[in-house]
Ligand binder design. Structure first.
Ligand SMILES: CC(C)(COP(=O)(O)OP(=O)(O)OC[C@H]1O[C@@H](n2cnc3c(N)ncnc32)[C@H](O)[C@@H]1OP(=O)(O)O)[C@@H](O)C(=O)NCCC(=O)NCCS
Length: 144
């Protein structure tokens, strides 16, 4: 069973380890800690068998939210973890007054793009060379 909960300070070591195992420019534990302390953010964890399998979160500005992090441990993928946690993030965001969600994704990340399309996001724009290590265009997606 997938259990979704608000991210807590005591989750951060586990979250930062997953982040480091996935991304070439990972957020640090301190970066997550600073984000958690802001009242304009919402971060969730997804647990499988009690262990953190994934996490996601957004930074809210008025009625818009920028989804800044989405990650699922490699060993836990394709079991609905990302879809479940993002659906909950969107639900909790809507309850806080968010009417539009946006995110950026690497153009080559077909799996993530398919996930976001399944959740109702649409491609809106390309930002050239947005990413480094390796350099790549970003697809900007919105769900309104
Ligand atoms: C993208 C990512 C978050 C997906 O997590 P996940 O828990 O495996 O996704 P889910 O199991 O919830 O997938 C839900 C749906 O999304 C789509 N999807 C997810 N991963 C996919 C893939 N690799 N290829 C094609 N479609 C995919 C499918 O439609 C899937 O439904 P299905 O399994 O019934 O076909 C995960 O692969 C990941 O952490 N990747 C590395 C980090 C990353 O790219 N983060 C996003 C940065 S913007």
């Amino acid at each position: 069973m997938i259990e979704i909960a608000g991210m807590q300070m005591e989750d951060l070591a586990e979250v930062a380890a997953i982040e480091k195992s996935i991304f070439s420019q990972p957020w640090s534990e301190n970066g997550f800690a600073a984000s958690l302390q802001s009242k304009d953010t919402l971060y969730l964890t997804a647990r499988l068998d009690g262990k953190i399998a994934g996490y996601c979160g957004f930074l809210q500005s008025f009625d818009e939210a920028d989804i800044t992090n989405v990650a699922v441990k490699e060993s836990c993928r394709r079991r609905g973890v990302a879809e479940t946690m993002l659906a909950e993030l969107i639900k909790r965001g809507a309850a806080r007054g968010v009417t539009a969600f946006t995110l950026e994704v690497r153009r080559s990340n077909a799996g993530a793009i398919a996930l976001y399309e399944k959740l109702g996001f649409v491609n809106c724009d390309i930002r050239r060379n947005f990413y480094e290590k390796p350099a790549e265009d970003a697809v900007i997606m919105w769900k309104r």
